[in-house]
Write a protein that binds this ligand. Structure first.
Ligand code: GLN
Ligand code: ZN
Length: 769
C-alpha cells in the first residue's frame, strides 16, 4: 500500500441528497417562479438555503465529506447539458436571453419550442432530460454552477466533493439531435467532450476541490467492446491531466462487470461501487481483478433506493472483506439518496414498531456514519446501534405482517394451471366475438376520464371530515353517471367507469390491500417539480374485500353496453412502490397477483365481461443487464397470467402499456396471454403496430390514435389516417380504436371533442372496409 493506509479512518459520505426540502419548499418556489409569484432572486435564495440546510444536516449527522453539485432546479442531466454547453439550437436564444428561463424552457418547452425528451433514469422512477447531440455539436465548458455550489459548501467549513455526471454516461444517455442522422452515435463525440470536462475539473480544483466524483452508472449495463475501450480512453486522458483534483469514478444500480477491469486499470484515485445489488458477484469480480490496492474504494453498502433498515452486521462483514481488497475503504449509500424520501420521523401514521423497519435519507445517513465508525474503531464502538438494529431486523422478520401463513400456503399451492386460461387465445376469441358482438374497429378508452377539480375537492373534503363517506361516494357516482352518459352519447363501444374514485392507479389499490404501507410525507422526485409518494410493500398481501367491483357494477347498471373493469397489474404494483427486500421480487409479485386474481374473478361474477389489467411498468423494470432479463420476464408474465387466468373463455382480458418502443419484449407481451392490448402510438405514427406485425403478434391490439399528453384535439381526418396506417400492419378483425393512455390529466372540453373525433374516424374507416 503506497499513499494511503488501510488503517486510515473510514470516511462517511453520500453522492446526493433529496433536493426538495422538508416541506417540498423547492417545488413551491419553482412553481411559484413559473407562475410569476416568486422572483428569480427569491428562488435562488430558497435553493441556496435548502442546499445549506442539507449540508449542515449531513455534517451534523457525521458525514465526513458532503456532495456538491447534486442539487438541481429540475434535473442533473440537464444541468450537465448546460455545463458542457450542448444547448439544442432551438433553445439557444432563450438561454442567451435569460439562462434560468432558458433552462426551464429546455425542461418544459414553451408555446413555440419543444422541450428535451424525458426518459427514465436507468431502472428508477426518476426521469432525466435526454441530451440531443449531433455531428455538429460544439461543447463549451460552463462550470459556474458547480464552482458556486462547491464554494458554498467549503464556505461552511465542510469537506466537499463535487459530483458530476461522467462523460461516458452523459454521451451514452444522449440521443441524436433533430437533423442528425438517426444512427448517429453520441459516443463518437468523446474526444470533443473530454477537453470540456478537463476544463471543469481544473476550475473545481482551483476552487478548492480535493476530489471530484464522476458518475458512470451507464457502465453497469451491458457495454460493447468499443464502449469499454472508449471508457478506458476517457479515464486515461482525464487521469493524465496535470492540473486536476483526485478523481472518483462512481457506479451504481448494479455491478460493474466487464467495466471493472477497465476502471481498475485507469489512472483515477478512487472507485465507488454498489454492494447492495448483486453484492456477492461484485465482490468476486473485485477479487478477480486483484482488488484496488492503490485506490480509494467507496463501498455503497446502504441501499440508496429502497427504504429498509440496513443489516449493519452484514454490511460490516462486506466492508471487512473490502478492507483486504482496497487501499482505503469509505462508506456510502449505493447511489444518491435522491431516490428515497427524507425522514421517517415525519410519518406519524405508521406505528412506531413498524417505523423502525424503515430508513429514509436521514436514517440512511446515520447508518452510513455508524458503519464508518464501526469499520474504523471496531464493533465495540457501535454496540448500542448494533443492538437496536438487530432488534428492528428481528421484529420485522418475525412479524405477522411479514409472514401470514394463509398467504404463504396459498402462494405455495399455485399450479401451472392457475396461471393459464382454460382455452387458448385462438379458441377464446370466437367465444368472445359471439358474446360481445362488437363492430369491426371497436372503440374504447384506457380507463380514466378527467380528474376534475371537484373530484379532488371531494377527496380532500372526505379527508378533512367536511363530508362523510356516503357524501363522497355520491359524488363519485354522479361522476360515473356523467362519464357513462357521455360515452353512450358519443357512441363508444366498450365503456369505462372513468376511475373517478382513484387518487392514483397504484395507491388506490395499495390502500385497500393489507401488507402495504402508505406514507404521508414520503415524497420522492419523479421529474422536475413532480414528486410521488410510492407506497411500501411491507408484508404479505391480502385483499380483505373487493376493491373496484361496486364502482364497475354501478357503471354497468347504467348501460347496455359492456363496461370494462379496470385494475393495475401486479408488475406495476411493484414497480411504483418500494418493494420488500426480504424475499425474491417474484414471490411478492405472486402474492399481489393472487389478490388481484380474486378481484378479477369477482368482477366477472358481478357481470363484467371485459377486464383490463394495466401493466405500463412491465418494460421499465426490465433488469439493466440482458442476462438477468429472462428470469424477470418469467415471474412478471406469470404474475399477470395468475391475475387473469381464472376467468371464463368468454371474458375478454385487456392490458395496456404506455410506451412506443418495445420490440425487445414482444415475446413477453405475447406470454401475458391477454386478448387485447392497447399501446401508445399516436406520436410515432403507429410504429407500434408495425412492430407488433413484424414480430407476428397474433392478438387484438389498439395502437393509440389520440396523443393524450397534449391538449391538442386530433381531427377526424388525422385519427382516420392513423387508423389506415394501423390497418396496413394489423387486420381489421384485430384492430381497436383508442387513445394512447388514460384521460385523467386532460380537461373535459378537449376530451369531449377528441373522443367524438375518434369515434367519427372509426366510423369513416369502417365504411371503407
Ligand atoms: N387505466 C389507467 C388510466 O387510464 C392507465 C394509466 C397508465 O397507463 N399509466 O389512467
Ligand atoms: Zn398508459
Amino acid at each position: 500500500m503506497t499513499t494511503e493506509s488501510a488503517a486510515a479512518a473510514a470516511r462517511a459520505t453520500v453522492y446526493g441528497y433529496p433536493r426538495q426540502g422538508p416541506n417540498r419548499e423547492l417545488k413551491k418556489a419553482i412553481e411559484g417562479y413559473w407562475k410569476g409569484r416568486v422572483t428569480a432572486g427569491a428562488l435562488r435564495a430558497t435553493a441556496a438555503e435548502l442546499r445549506r440546510a442539507n449540508w449542515l444536516q449531513l455534517a451534523g449527522a457525521g458525514i465526513d465529506e458532503v456532495p456538491t453539485g447534486d442539487f438541481s432546479y429540475y434535473d442533473h442531466v440537464l444541468d450537465t447539458t448546460v455545463m458542457v454547453g450542448a444547448i439544442p439550437d432551438r433553445h439557444r436564444d432563450a438561454v442567451a436571453a435569460d439562462p434560468l428561463d432558458g433552462y426551464f424552457a429546455m425542461a418544459r418547452g414553451t408555446q413555440d419550442v419543444a422541450p428535451l425528451e424525458m426518459t427514465k433514469w436507468f431502472d428508477t422512477n426518476y426521469h432525466y432530460l435526454v441530451p440531443e447531440l449531433g455531428p455538429d455539436t460544439v461543447f463549451t465548458a460552463d462550470s459556474a454552477r458547480q464552482v458556486t455550489e462547491l464554494r458554498e459548501a467549503l464556505g461552511l467549513g465542510l469537506a466537499a466533493r463535487p459530483v458530476l455526471v461522467g462523460p461516458v454516461t452523459y454521451l451514452l444517455l444522449a440521443k441524436p439531435a433533430p437533423g442528425a442522422p438517426a444512427d448517429f452515435e453520441p459516443l463518437t463525440l468523446l474526444d470533443r467532450l473530454l477537453p470540456v470536462y478537463a476544463e471543469v475539473l481544473a476550475d473545481l480544483r482551483a476552487a478548492g476541490a480535493e476530489w471530484v466524483q464522476l458518475d458512470e452508472p451507464a457502465l453497469v449495463q451491458d457495454r460493447t467492446p468499443a464502449e469499454l475501450s472508449a471508457t478506458g480512453r476517457a479515464y486515461r486522458d482525464l487521469g493524465a491531466l496535470a492540473d486536476r483534483p483526485k478523481l472518483l469514478v462512481a457506479s451504481y444500480f448494479d455491478r460493474l462487470g466487464e467495466a471493472l477491469p477497465v476502471l481498475a486499470k485507469a489512472p483515477v484515485e478512487g472507485l465507488a461501487l454498489d454492494f447492495t445489488e448483486a453484492a456477492a458477484a461484485h465482490l468476486e469480480e473485485l477479487a478477480a481483478v486483484g482488488g484496488l490496492p492503490r485506490k480509494r474504494l467507496i463501498a455503497g453498502v446502504v441501499n440508496g433506493r429502497n427504504i429498509w433498515v440496513n443489516d449493519l452486521e452484514t454490511s460490516l462483514a462486506t466492508l471487512g472483506t473490502l478492507l483486504g481488497l482496497a487501499g482505503r475503504v469509505d462508506v456510502a449509500a449505493s447511489c444518491s439518496l435522491l431516490h428515497v424520501p427524507l425522514d421517517t420521523a415525519a410519518e406519524r401514521d405508521i406505528e412506531p414498531p413498524i417505523l423502525r423497519w424503515l430508513a429514509f435519507a436521514r436514517q440512511k445517513t446515520a447508518e452510513i456514519v455508524t458503519l464508518a465508525r464501526g469499520l474504523t474503531r471496531g464493533t465495540g464502538a457501535i454496540t448500542a446501534e448494533l443492538a437496536a438494529n438487530r432488534a428492528a431486523l428481528a421484529s420485522r422478520a418475525t412479524s405477522p405482517i411479514t409472514r401470514d401463513p394463509a398467504v404463504r400456503a396459498r402462494a405455495g399451492a399455485v399450479t401451472d394451471a392457475d396461471a393459464h386460461r382454460s382455452q387458448p387465445y385462438a379458441e377464446r376469441v370466437t367465444v368472445q366475438r359471439a358474446h360481445l358482438r362488437l363492430p369491426l374497429l371497436p372503440t374504447t378508452t384506457i380507463g380514466s376520464f378527467p380528474q376534475t377539480g371537484e373530484l379532488r375537492t371531494a377527496r380532500a373534503d372526505l379527508r378533512e371530515g367536511r363530508i362523510d363517506r356516503a357524501g363522497y361516494e355520491e359524488r363519485v357516482r354522479a361522476e360515473i353517471r356523467e362519464v357513462i352518459s357521455f360515452q353512450e352519447r358519443t357512441g363508444l363501444d366498450v365503456l369505462v367507469h372513468g376511475e373517478a374514485e382513484r387518487n392514483d392507479m397504484v395507491q388506490y389499490f395499495a390502500e385497500q390491500l393489507t401488507g402495504y404501507l402508505a406514507t404521508r410525507h414520503g415524497w420522492v422526485q419523479s421529474y422536475g417539480t413532480r414528486y410521488v409518494r410510492p407506497p411500501i410493500l411491507a408484508g404479505d398481501i391480502t385483499r380483505p374485500e373487493p376493491m373496484t367491483v361496486r364502482w364497475t357494477a354501478y357503471a354497468q347498471s347504467l348501460t347496455e353496453r359492456p363496461v370494462k373493469g379496470m385494475l393495475t397489474g401486479p408488475v406495476t404494483m411493484l414497480a411504483w412502490s418500494f418493494v420488500r427486500d426480504d424475499q425474491p421480487l417474484g414471490d411478492t409479485a405472486r402474492q399481489v397477483a393472487l389478490a388481484l386474481r380474486d378481484e378479477v374473478n369477482d368482477l366477472e361474477a358481478a357481470g363484467t365481461s371485459v377486464i383490463q389489467v394495466d401493466e405500463p411498468a412491465l418494460r421499465e423494470t426490465l433488469p439493466l443487464r440482458a442476462g438477468d432479463r429472462p428470469a424477470y420476464l418469467a415471474w412478471a408474465t406469470e404474475a399477470f397470467r395468475l391475475t387473469t387466468g381464472g376467468v371464463r373463455p368468454g371474458t375478454q382480458i385487456h392490458t395496456h402499456m404506455c410506451y412506443a418502443e418495445f420490440g425487445d419484449i414482444v415475446r413477453a407481451i405475447d406470454d401475458l396471454d391477454a386478448d387485447v392490448i392497447s399501446l401508445e402510438a399516436a406520436r410515432s405514427h403507429m410504429q407500434v403496430a408495425r412492430e407488433l406485425a413484424t414480430h407476428g403478434y397474433p392478438r387484438e391490439a389498439g395502437p393509440g390514435v389520440y396523443d393524450i399528453h397534449s391538449p391538442r384535439v386530433p381531427s377526424v381526418r388525422e385519427a382516420a389516417e392513423l387508423l389506415r396506417t394501423g390497418l396496413k400492419a394489423i387486420p381489421a378483425e384485430r384492430l381497436w380504436v383508442n387513445p394512447d393512455c388514460g384521460l385523467k390529466t386532460r380537461g373535459w372540453p378537449e376530451t369531449r371533442s377528441a373522443l367524438r373525433n375518434l369515434v367519427a374516424a372509426a366510423r369513416t374507416v369502417r365504411g371503407e372496409l
